[in-house]
Design a protein around this ligand. Structure first.
Ligand code: SF4
Length: 439
């Protein structure tokens, strides 16, 4: 039994780096602490507990984590410091040796964080508690409200794919998931709090069901029935797991939006092989065609990595031409970053930082052209826009079903409301279309 009396009236500070999943998990840790009487520090206050949820997607991310820990230890010198997340799992000893760190928790221990806070007495030396990645099996449920109106519901964690450039399977463990019945329950909870939009998140969500014998298709069919939730978005799904059945369901569903985020990573089959991805460009092109056949206005975001080991200029040109001819809306471009322990390090051919930058710029320009054309095709049309809170003195923004950002004059009563809007020209900085309410 944990003696929760030690937590009464204590104050905590949270720091999260990385993906939406991390933010969602930190928010769950925050809720756990709140239940035992810990509140978040206010500006200028010193914390009793520091929780740092780390990322390790690149070397830069590792560095940012170390800097954040140093800063928090300096600003909150008496706080009990817990570090968790991907960097903590991958380099526990390195993190534990940072001055001021008390406990480092791996992916398996993250959900049990309360147990490791003990009586909040600072340790003489950082202690690391982690499990080997193949033993990471527990699923820590998590659903949090983002900084805007939408909620992030974690449905799955971990990955069994072992792409050659990726450390996520080592940092988050094997693929596992929540039970559909529990996740539907969480969606009802969001609706009860007034939430209208849920983004379904995970590491490899199409792989949903490994630990419960269910499927992702079953999950979305059940979530679609939850009254009060007007919109679902599927965060990112591997192309080989985005079945035609799922695409057809989304097209005729009540609440799943015509919005997809699909990692391509390379538009050259040879590079896809080097990356150990589980599809080729023909499959990818089929998925895009299928989506556009049944949802012509769907927004499709695509992840691409430039400069992976082995990607020659010719390979990159193939990727560029493939993407140019593909009916997608936006490219999320990442520069390859070497990660220790990955298979990709065995590939000899290395792309220079300058060349990575050049390739990245070319794809970013292509992305801008595609997004601009997609937005422009909406000018003069009507759509339902879910409005989001704005800062005082700033205009309000919201998104259409197919993820076009729309700008309106600020009106507090519109926050979290679905409004019928006519879309006009681009706004000043070109990041949204100006909207006018249709009465
Ligand atoms: S699918 Fe590949 S890139 Fe994505 S998390 Fe799994 S191993 Fe990493």
């Amino acid at each position: 039994m944990i003696d929760t009396s030690v937590f009464q009236d204590k104050k905590a500070v949270f720091y999260t780096l990385g993906c939406k999943l991390n933010f969602s998990e930190t928010s769950t840790i925050g809720k756990m602490l709140k239940e035992v009487g810990v509140r978040t520090v206010r500006k200028g206050e010193k914390a009793d507990i520091c929780v740092v949820n780390t990322c390790s997607v690149t070397e830069v991310a590792d560095k940012k984590c170390r800097q954040a820990i140093h800063r928090l230890v300096k600003n909150h010198p008496d706080a009990f410091v817990v570090v968790t997340g991907c960097y903590a799992q991958l380099k526990p000893e390195q993190v534990a040796s940072i001055e001021g760190v008390d406990v480092v928790l791996g992916a398996e221990q993250k959900g049990d964080l309360m147990k490791y806070l003990g009586d909040l007495q600072k340790h003489d030396k950082g202690e690391a508690v982690t499990s080997a990645f193949k033993d990471i099996r527990s699923f820590a449920p998590s659903c949090s409200r983002g900084d805007r109106t939408r909620y992030f519901l974690k449905v799955q964690d971990g990955c069994d794919y072992f792409c050659s450039y990726c450390t996520i399977p080592f940092a988050r463990g094997r693929s596992r998931n929540g039970r559909i019945a529990d996740l539907v329950e969480q969606a009802y909870q969001v609706a009860a709090e007034g939430g209208k939009e849920i983004v379904i998140t995970g590491v490899n969500i199409g792989d949903f069901g490994k630990s419960t014998g269910e499927t992702f298709f079953d999950l979305i069919k059940e979530l679609d029935k939850v009254e009060g939730i007007e919109r679902y978005r599927i965060s990112s799904i591997e192309p080989n797991l985005l079945t035609d059945e799922i695409i057809e369901f989304v097209a005729q569903s009540r609440a799943f939006m015509p919005h997809f985020h699909i990692p391509l990573q390379s538009g050259c089959d040879e590079v896809l092989k080097l990356m150990r991805r589980r599809y080729d460009t023909a499959l990818f092109a089929h998925k895009i065609k299928k989506i556009k056949e049944v949802m012509p206005h769907a927004f499709i975001g695509v992840d691409v990595i430039v400069g992976t080991r082995g990607e020659t200029e010719e390979h990159f040109n193939t990727t560029y031409e493939f993407l140019k001819g593909l009916d997608v809306t936006q490219l999320h471009v990442f520069s390859y970053s070497e990660r220790p322990g990955t298979q990709a390090l065995k590939i000899d051919y290395i792309v220079s930082p300058e060349e990575k930058h050049r390739r990245s710029q070319l794809l970013l320009n292509l992305s801008e052209e595609k997004t601009h054309a997609f937005y422009a095709s909406h000018i003069g049309k009507e759509a339902l826009v879910l409005m989001e809170k704005s800062k005082i003195g700033k205009p309000m923004h919201g998104f259409t079903a197919d993820y076009v950002r729309v700008e309106l004059e600020r009106n507090d009563s519109w926050d979290n409301q679905l409004l019928n809007v006519r879309m006009g020209e681009f706004n000043e900085d070109g990041t949204a279309l100006k909207g006018s309410i249709i009465s």
